[in-house]
Design a protein around this ligand. Structure first.
Ligand code: NAD
Ligand code: GLY
Length: 359
């Protein structure tokens, strides 16, 4: 088992990565100090893993909320369902929420934990690649608004993260590939050497080679933790982690949160950001080609057609990276080197996107 620490001042916590951790009673006992536990999960994950965790936890006072599956259920209604259960069962500030699932469950359960009685303990138990390499770390919690993704939420750190790589065995292939988008994202933002490793090893990863998987999850946790530790509340450098997300979130929102997986929208978003970086003279042709190639190797979409550009731009302007000086974009200066740039005016941005969104 690998153990990493996310070193956030006064809130540091451990990430446990390894096989069969859902049966590891010691980890749960060492990290949960109350008998009152709510497990939040969904209708797909519950039949596979809920019983297992309940058995590991033993006789504690456990209740669960089983949400409907899907990004379009990452809503204030699901949040309310969790809060109702907490109130019904008289949970207090010492109690724990366990978020058992992918990024959707982690985000909504984390948000409920952040606001119930102004904050109770929660633990992330990520069961998708995307959640193990990205969403379970760093304390961003949220639900979507129908007009804007992740618009309602909080920064709220978990007590620990338990990443059991065995859970990836039941994950559908398309979902696994979607997680690779965030893996590639981290390499593009800050780790050229890891990008070159991915170029050589991505096929092995897709075949779930255990050593490559553990290395990848660990490296991503290290990369993300280093940024979060420096800028927990996204006042500066953390915004780099949103590479491809302004475009990706807008694509997800205007397609109703149910056509593309999050990682697929991010993959398209990063390809758009890379092409724009190239057109603005920041990124050379060879690097652009390598970036598109790696997403293709990961069997992810690199472009989208038939999208309403005006609607896309409108949605982008609801992005959280807007400040008084306007919309900011995350662009690439090189593979392994991202930067934050002020977006051109709407008209120029529209024409840049128009030339970067299709094949
Ligand atoms: P997801 O949570 O919808 O899970 C993907 C699918 O796999 C779902 O159908 C789920 O039920 C199923 N599933 C999960 N684990 C499984 C398992 N082990 N076996 C079989 N099926 C399983 O999607 P995701 O890709 O994990 O997460 C995407 C979400 O994460 C988005 O809402 C995105 O905004 C969010 N996100 C958040 C952060 C953050 O920092 N908080 C970062 C990146 C993404
Ligand atoms: N996924 C972006 C972040 O955690 O900041």
């Amino acid at each position: 088992m690998e153990i990493l620490t996310v070193p956030i001042k006064n809130k540091s916590y451990d990430i446990f990565i390894g096989s069969d951790l859902l049966s590891n009673k010691r980890i749960f006992d060492d990290n949960i100090t109350s008998d009152q536990i709510l497990i939040v999960t969904n209708e797909k994950i519950a039949p596979i893993y809920l019983r297992k965790i309940e058995t590991t936890l033993g006789k504690k006072n456990i209740v669960s909320v089983i949400l409907k599956d899907g990004e379009d259920k990452k809503t204030i209604d699901s949040f309310s369902e969790i809060i109702d259960k907490l109130i019904e069962n008289k949970f207090n500030r010492e109690s724990y929420i366990l978020a058992l699932g992918g990024g959707v469950i982690g985000d909504v359960a984390g948000f409920a934990a952040s606001s119930y009685q102004r904050g109770i303990n929660y633990i992330q138990i990520p069961t998708t690649l995307l959640a193990q390499v990205d969403s379970s770390i760093g304390g961003k919690t949220a639900v979507n608004h129908k007009k804007a993704k992740n618009m309602i939420g909080a920064f709220y750190q978990p007590k620990c993260v338990i990443s059991d790589i065995n859970t990836l065995q039941t994950l559908p292939k398309r979902e696994f590939l979607s997680g690779l988008a965030e893996v590639i994202k981290h390499s593009l933002i800050m780790d050229y050497k890891f990008f070159t490793w991915l170029e050589k090893n991505i096929e092995k990863l897709i075949k779930h080679d255990e050593e490559s998987l553990v290395f990848t999850i660990k490296r991503n946790c290290e990369l993300k933790s280093s940024i979060v530790a420096e800028d927990e509340k996204e006042k500066g450098i953390r915004a780099l982690l949103n590479l491809g997300h302004t475009f990706g979130h807008a694509i997800e929102t205007i397609t109703g949160y149910n056509k593309l997986l999050h990682g697929e929208a991010v993959s398209i978003g990063i390809c758009i950001a890379s092409k724009i970086s190239n057109k603005l003279g920041l990124l050379d042709n060879n690097s652009l080609e390598r970036i598109i190639n790696i997403f293709q190797k990961a069997q992810l979409p690199t472009y989208i057609d038939k999208i309403n550009l005006e609607e896309l731009i409108e949605s982008m302007y609801l992005d959280k990276k807007i400040d008084l000086s306007g919309l900011r974009l995350i662009l690439l200066n090189d593979i392994g080197k991202a930067s934050i740039k002020k977006a051109p005016d709407k008209k120029n941005l529209l024409s840049l996107i128009k030339n970067s969104i299709e094949k």
